[in-house]
Structure formats: C-alpha cells, structure tokens
Design a protein around this ligand. Structure first.
Ligand code: KIV
Ligand code: NA
Length: 281
C-alpha cells in the first residue's frame, strides 16, 4: 500500500472516518504501527521517558530524536509519519524551527512535524513551516514540554479563561495552517466544542470520544510499563500486557538454559560434516 498523505487524512476527516494515530520509537514499533493500518505514526518526544528512561521529556536532544526518527522511518511504509520537535529545537525563532524541521524531513525522510502550543510566538513559526510546505500538527491543552510552568501533568481547560484560551489557540493554529491539532487532557465537552467549530481534524488524548481522531503512546497501548513510575493515566487503555509477557518469556528462557532444555540438539543445532568431524576427533 502507498504511504498515506495529508490529503488522505483530510479525506478521512471529510467522511467522518476517525483518524488513528499511534506513537512509535524504533524500527520494530514502527513496523507494528504500519501493519496495524494506523493512519498516522507519531514519533513523540514521550520516547524520552518511555524508551530512554529519562525523567523529563525536555532532556531529549535533537540528535537523539533524529536517530529515532530514522529508525521509525525504516520500519513503516504506509502511515503518514510525523515527528515532535524536541524542547529547545524550535522555540528561539522561526528560522531555528525551519532548520530543525528541514533537517528532520531531509535526513529522517518523514512527512511532517508537531510543535506544542498556540501562543503568539509559535504562530508565526507554524505559518513559516506550513508556507514552505511542511505539514504541521498542532498540540494544545496539556503540552508536556511546558509541564514545569503548568504545575505538572494535569487536566487543562478547567477554568473559563483557560478553556477559552485553548479554543482560541486552536483557531489561531488553524489560521496558521496546521493540518490537525492534538488536544491533550482537556474535558470531553471542550474537545467536542473545539472539534465542532474547527475545519481541521482534532486528535484527542485524554480528550474524550468526540474528536476527529485519537492518539495513544504505543508502550501504553501494549502495556510495556515503560515509565519509571509505572503510572497509567486515566485516559489510557492498555490493550495488551507486553511487560508481563516479556518477563515470563525471559524467565522461561533463563530456566531452559539453566536446566538444558534449550537449545535442542536437532531443532536449533547444526550438524558437522564427516571430514570436519574427523579433524576434531
Ligand atoms: O510525545 C507524544 O507521545 C505525544 C502524543 C501523546 C501526542 O506528543
Ligand atoms: Na510529545
């Protein structure tokens, strides 16, 4: 199958087909996302915490992100691939953001980027990126790169002022040319209102069912227990228990090696040729 494009995403949106988004962080996870037929594969900077074990998303370096982007790209032939621009790699100026986005697209061979926020500083940047033809995904509500300023990872849009601000950021981002907007951790009703009043798709995470699509982090979906606190947010559904299954498989392997049940002489072993054998007798 051909790789999905922004035009396909727009088509799904126009026909009310919910847009599916899952994160991936390497070749293997990207392949799973591909074969599951997911529309958009996001290389989220959450990989800092889930894959690299860092305490803070904001510790992620651009070069580390690029390394993961390349790995994901090699594993997925069918999803539209979008990468987060890491903290510090795009906020200084539109030029910095252009350099970063262009490097990711040239060297990572992916289609688009995601940037956080809808404030007066990010809007000209989004406009600049979309003007040169880079598909940009917006991200409002709980924006993890600002967790220190937000006072942690908590529900956003919980006051009239903040809810109105989030809605306004969406309108501004839409005007700046984003092809979709992630709504993270806001009340269902607010996400629904925003979705009904925008003309670009909304992608919810902790934003309820009334959005144009949904996104989850792959290690959460698969139950990989991949953050240090083993904390499962309310909005996550784990569809599998990969961590437990993985530990069980490795425990069995360890036991089999210790009591000589693995490897099997014939099933996993290679026979020596007669003349070679004679040499070693
Ligand atoms: O980093 C990430 O995984 C994300 C998604 C959860 C939207 O930004
Ligand atoms: Na992110």
């Amino acid at each position: 199958t051909a790789r999905k494009t922004v035009a396909d995403i727009n088509r799904f949106y126009a026909s009310s087909k919910p847009i599916t988004v899952v994160t991936a962080h390497d070749f293997i996870t990207a392949k799973m996302v591909d074969h599951a037929g997911i529309d958009i594969c996001l290389i989220g900077d959450s990989l800092a915490n889930t894959t690299l074990g860092l305490d803070d998303t904001n510790e992620l370096e651009f070069q580390e992100m690029l390394y993961h982007v390349k790995s994901v790209q090699r594993g997925n032939d069918s999803s539209l691939i979008v990468a987060d621009l890491p903290f510090g790699s795009y906020e200084k100026s539109s030029e910095q953001a252009l350099d970063t986005a262009m490097t990711i697209i040239k060297h990572g061979k992916i289609q688009g980027v995601k940037v956080e926020g809808g404030d007066e500083f990010i809007l000209p940047t989004v406009n600049r990126l979309t003007t040169v033809g880079i598909p940009v995904m917006g991200h409002v509500g709980l924006t993890p790169q600002k967790h220190n300023a937000l006072g942690g990872y908590r529900l956003q849009g919980n006051s009239v002022e903040n809810a109105v601000s989030i809605y306004k950021q969406c309108l501004d981002l839409q005007r700046a040319g984003v092809f979709s907007i992630v709504l993270e951790c806001i009340p269902n009703k607010l996400a629904q209102y925003i979705t009904e009043n925008l003309s670009v798709p909304t992608i919810g995470i902790g934003a309820g069912p009334f959005t144009s699509g949904q996104v989850l982090v792959i290690s959460d979906i698969l139950g990989m227990k991949s953050n240090k606190e083993n904390h499962k947010p309310k909005f996550v559904r784990a569809y599998e228990d990969f961590y437990t299954k993985g530990v069980e498989a490795l425990t069995s392997y360890g036991e089999h090696v210790e009591n000589a049940q693995f490897p099997d002489v014939d099933e996993h072993g290679y026979k020596i040729k007669r003349d070679v054998f004679e040499e070693f007798k």
